[in-house]
Design a protein around this ligand. Sequence first.
Ligand code: FAD
Length: 510
Amino acid sequence: MSAAPVTKVVIVGGGTAGWMTAAATARIMGEGPGFSITLVESETIGTVGVGEATIPQIIGFNRLLGIDEMQFMRETRATYKLGIEFVDWLRPGHSYVHPFGSYGLDMLGIEFQHFWLRGRTLGDEADIDAYSIAAMAGKAGKFDWPRPDTNSPMSKLAYAFQFDAARYAAFLRRMAEGEGVSRIEGRVVEVHQDGESGFVTGIELDSGKVVEGELFIDCSGFRSLLLGQALEVPFNDWSHWLPCDGAVAVPCTLGGKNEPLTRSTARPAGWQWRIPLQHRLGNGHVFSSAYMEREDATDMLLANLDGQPLTEPNQLFFKTGHRARVWEKNVIALGLSAGFLEPLESTSIHLVQSGIARLMSLFPDSSFSPVEIARFNEETEREYADIRDFLVLHYSATERDDSEFWRYCRNLEVPDGLKEKLEMFASSGRIFRENNELFTEASWLSVMLGQGITPERYHPAARLLDDQETLKRLTHIREVIHQTVDQLPTQYQFLQNKGGAIPTDARLSA
Ligand code: FAD
C-alpha cells in the first residue's frame, strides 16, 4: 500500500538557499493537489549577505525556472563569469586562469593536454590559457554565448554569472511568491518535535504562531536551526584540510579593469576575492584566524580595493565541513545549514542547486523511506568530499613558503583521493573524473598546471603525430582562438546589445 503524499512543505530561512528552494519546489511540485509551500524568514536576523560568484551549472537552474537571462542580468546587476583568475597562488607574481569549458581539441581519441605536453618538449612555450577560449575571452574582457557548432571554438566555452546576492534572493522571492509560495515574517523561537519519533511537527515563531508541516527544509544559514540545533546532527569538521575560518567582505565602487572573471589573490594567511558586477565590485578577504588577526585581515582588504568602500566591512565566521547527515527524519538542510566549503571555487550556491535536484528526484512521501534518505546523504557527502579535494589542491600544491600559513598548507597530508589524482597526473598527465564529480578534467587540468604540477610523461599516442604536425596543429588552435576572441564584443557591448545592461546612472550610483 502506498503512503500518503507529503503536501505541506515548510522552508525555514529566506536567504539564497531558501528562495532557490522555494522557487524550484514551487515550479516542479507546486501543481500537486493540496500542495503548499510556506517560507519563514526573519528580516531582523537577515542573511549572510555574500555569495555572488557562481559556476556554469546555474544556467540550467535559471532555465528550469524559466528565467529570462537579460531580465535577470538587469535585476541582479549581473555580469558574466568565464572563470577564476588565480593571482600569486603558486608564487608571488604568477597567475593563471581556471576557465569554464574545455581546452584545445582532443585528437586521435586522446585528451588535448597530452599534445600540449608534447608541444612543450618540441619547444612550443605557449601556456595552457592560450588554448582556452574562455580564458582568452575573459582576459580580453570579451563575451558571447557559446555556439553549438563544433567547428567553432565557441563550442568549447561555458559561462556563469556574478550577481548581487541580495538582489538574486529578491528576484527569486518574486518568482516563488508568483508561483504560490506563502511567506511568513517571524523569528523561529522553538522547534516542536513528535515525542516518539523525534520528527519535527512545527516551528514556533516569536509571535506565538506555530507553523505546522510534514517536510521541513532547513535553510537557516550557519545557525542550522532544525538539523544542527533541534535534531543535533553532528558536524564533520574539515578545517585541518581547509584552515580558513573567517572572512571580511566589503563592496566598493567600480575601478580597475572589469573582465568577466572572478579574481582570487593569495594573501599571507588566505586570499582575497574580487567580483565585478555591473554597478560595483564585491570584495572579501578569506583568512585563517590561527595565522592572522581579524583587524589585520580587515586592514589588508581595505588597502587592496580598486574603488571606494560602499559600506562598513561585514565580518563573517565559519567552520569548514558539513553535517554528518543533511537529511535526518523529516528535515533536509540546504545551504549553509548543511555545511560550508570556503568560497574559493564559488561552489556553495551550486551545492544548494544540486541539493534541490536531489530532493526533487528523491522527494519523499509520508513513509520517509530510510533507503531514500541514505541515498540522499551518501550522494551529498560524496559531493562535498569531491569539492573539498579540489579546494585542498589549490592550497597544498604551492611553492609559497613566505608565511606560517603557506608553510602549513604546503605540508598538508592531503585526502587519499586527491593524493592518487595528483600522483597520476604528475607521472602521466592523465586525469580521471570520478563518479561524475562536479569538476571536470579541464578544471583539474587548469588548477594542477596552474599550481605548478608538471607531468613527467604524456600519453604515448600523442607521438603518433609527427613533430611538425603537432606544432602546426597547436599553432592553428591558438590562432583560431585568437581570431575568434578578436571578433567578440566586449562584455558591456554584449549586455547593451542584448538588453541586459543597467542604465548608466544606476552603474554610477551603486
Ligand atoms: P543565509 O543567507 O544566512 O540565510 C539564512 C536565512 O535564515 C535568513 O533569511 C535568516 O533570516 C533566516 N533565519 C535564521 N535564523 C532564523 C530564525 N531563528 N528565524 C527565522 N529565520 C531565521 N557561495 C557561492 O556560491 N559563491 C560565492 O562567491 C560565495 N561567497 C561566499 C563568501 C563567504 C565569506 C561566505 C561565508 C559564503 C559565501 N558563499 C558563496 C556561500 C553563500 O553565501 C551561501 O551559500 C548562500 O548565500 C546561501 O546562504 P543561506 O541561504 O544558506 O544562508
